[in-house]
Design a protein around this ligand. Sequence first.
Ligand code: BES
Ligand code: ZN
Ligand code: ZN
Length: 474
Amino acid sequence: MKIKLQNKKIKDIKCDIEIILLDKHQLKQHKLVKILKLTGFDAKQDSVCFLHEQKILFCGIETFASENIRTSLTTSIKVLKSTAYKSAKINALSQNNISALVDGIILGGYKFTRYKSSNDKSTFTTIEVAINTLDYQSAKKAFDNAIIIAKATNFTRDLVNTAPQDLNPKVLTKIASELAEKNNLTCNILNEAKLKNESMNAMLAVGRASIHESHLIHLCHKPKNPKYVISLVGKGLTYDSGGLSLKPASSMVTMKLDKSGACAVLGILKAASELNLPIEVHGFIGAVENMIGGDAYKPDDILVSKSGTTIEVRNTDAEGRLVLADVLTYAQEKIDADYLFDFATLTGACMVALGQYTTGVMGHSNRLKHAVSNAAQNSGELIGTLPFNNHLKKLLKSEIADISNISSKPYGGAITAGLFLDRFITDKNKNRWLHFDIAGSAYTESPWDCNVYGGTGAGVRLIVNFISNLKQAK
Ligand code: BES
Ligand code: ZN
Ligand code: ZN
């Protein structure tokens, strides 16, 4: 889909259709109110009325809040993609809403078609956004930035949606090095021999039964004189069968999504480099496949992690935290960052706690959680914070090793997973670290907001917004 900003009045743009968002109040005053009422259109959020003679697609909107603009545009684009029209135009509503408008169009209009054999491509290709009352230069900047971020989100979605036989750990290293080449990032990849040298035994154990070698990927966007340094760590389980603690058949379906944290890190690096953000951004990815086999790691195994902390494996399906334990240790040893964030589809419990749409955020610094809440509000992603406490921490006690990889009680599973990771965060980094559990928010089987079936790109808009505001802070 092409999307163009036009420094013109809407009436001077030639397109097949005009999209008009109308609230109830505007409906009453509209010159076509009689016909609109006859069709039953009441301007309810996401209701549509297509007047083909007049060449107008009306979409109802409750208020002109960003989330409503995003979903109204998503609805409108879906309607237009099902027609034989080629182009549409819309008035930019205000400077503040430009990113919501772009997200509705680019994210709401996204479709993953790699595995569809029939070429049922929509004829609808172009949207022109008119801007006449706004300051063109600043609108253009907001528009271009929003397009970079939305496209990076779709890049992440494409990776998440790719089938596990086409995207194994080795393929992920190839995708990362191609991104590095294209976007001028530094790139260092560790294969299993190198991971052994680094004593990353917890990560290696998880990947041992797979026919695909595990890899650690380290990418960096390194501008001159960066104002801050940030390290991002991503869980890259290209498939999670559960290992010997095998998942039930129905839970295993969708487990290609378990690489979403890694894919979000790649999307954030893509956007940060294309936006030329004056922040040094490191991405560390643990690319691993959790499978079964004669060589599989087992419940009862004791793993000696890179940090030296010994881990009793009581469930091989709690594998993400084992991979992250080693990658977090590696990231902290390599880079002394101002902020350390990890992204992981870590627990089903996070979905139970917060619902499917909300990313669970955990960490020690209230100030940092507050800053991330602001970024969530500005970017349109949903987050909820889950509080640590020492009573839950005790549930990770092991009789035989330093820590168990699962809690001894079934409640608070997202938090106990976060507390497991906390064990691998050094004292110096405690207040610089946040853990993002994107188990629910990274993938959807039914559309919501500007998300369609499959990967949502959770984390990309959120963190790019957070990093962009760091730039403004100094
Ligand atoms: N990858 C899963 C978590 C997950 C579940 C993500 C559903 C998205 C949707 C993770 O590795 C896992 O299996 N976690 C277990 C932990 C348990 C064994 C303590 C879980 O959530 O059941
Ligand atoms: Zn698992
Ligand atoms: Zn997993």
